[in-house]
Design a binder for this molecule. Sequence first.
Ligand code: MLT
Ligand code: MN
Length: 315
Amino acid sequence: MLRVLVLGAAAGGGFPQWNSNSPASRRSRQGDPKAPPASQSSIAVSRDGKRWLVLNASPDIRQQINASPPLHPAEGERHSPIASVLLTNADVDHVAGLLTLRESQPFSLYATPRVLSVLAENPIFGVLNPEFVERRPLGLGEPFAPATRDGAPLGLTVEAFAVPGKVALYKEDAAAGDDWGTVEEDTVGLRVSATGDGGAEREPSLFYLPGCAALTEALKARLEGADLLLFDGTLWRDDEMLVQGAGVKTGRRMGHLSMSGPDGSIAGLAGLAIRRRVFIHINNTNPVLLLDSPERAEAEAAGWEIAHDGMELTL
Ligand code: MLT
Ligand code: MN
């Protein structure tokens, strides 16, 4: 069995975002139960319930750990059930939490060589003492068994694969043209399963794609038959930040496919056999965060669930 904990359901900025004065953010700050707050993008996965692989290190990770009993220290004077951390890109909402994970606690840190190079060129990440935190490159299309700092496998098999996306905002190269200098290793999706013991015909699989700019035929073929999909739910519609006066960028410009419309993810994934589909990495402008919005009802009627902080999934 795999246990999955949603640590943070929101996109960068969280909900409510610190400087957002939108009606939705105001409702959330006022404690409206139909506008529950959500922290920034991260999940944790475990086979044994004792050692956890954290997928993306959110700026909110301290509060997320405190809110999640399975991640509380449980032995001795210093301890953490977080055995490994894996990054799917170098966005601030996925790497800033590494700074909180200092304090000489051993864990392993997996990312593509490209994402590891971003950490390497920012000396502040040196607070993760290399005597305790080992950085391990992962290769695209090469399933591997994540292991603790000391090499004990977590009982999981992970495969990272490139998905259409964009280089991190602060690494955009304006001179590089339309793709801002994006390379394959900038954004990955993950397939996670329990490592097979030879008994089961097929181990259940979880796909985690918190950032995805487009649905290619190859990606759809990969997702076909998935037991659980956690997918990029940044925006409801491509221009919602402009329409709400919250920003000047479209979802496309940010490297995120929107949920609605004929080109959206709801329509694009509708024909695939996916047992359970959940939107995650949801921006504070997205009305699906509001429990009483017609957009949320529409997504749910189309078979989607909307992730929330503290959501637990098993497969
Ligand atoms: C994104 O998902 O597009 C980024 O997290 C945006 C950001 O860095 O603020
Ligand atoms: Mn993000």
